[in-house]
Write a protein that binds this ligand. Structure first.
Ligand code: SF4
Length: 89
């Protein structure tokens, strides 16, 4: 069972990755493996919900919402700096 399934956020029943858990947990810095995980997210209909959930819940491992741990840290720094949930600035 996927760690993501165990967490059971509501959106997960529609997740593209629900049956392929290992692809979503590449070793940090393994760009090729990260690209595989991100390619799964690219076809996922709940990508926005997933990223929002991961940011709110401080997920620190794996690919969530098409973003790596490092990318989510960057987004969270921007959110803290901007004082809102704007991911683009
Ligand atoms: S966006 Fe990616 S990590 Fe999130 S549920 Fe979809 S496939 Fe899984």
């Amino acid at each position: 069972m996927s760690p993501k399934t165990e967490l059971s956020p509501a959106f997960f029943s529609e997740a593209e990755c629900r049956n392929i858990p290992m692809e979503m947990y590449p070793a940090p810095g393994d760009a090729a493996a990260e690209a595989i995980g991100k390619s799964v997210c690219a076809g996922c209909i709940v990508v926005d919900e997933c990223l929002t959930w991961a940011l709110k819940n401080g997920e620190h491992m794996g690919i969530w919402g098409g973003k790596t741990e490092a990318e989510r840290r960057t987004i969270n720094r921007k959110i803290k700096r901007n004082g809102n949930r704007d991911r683009t600035n």
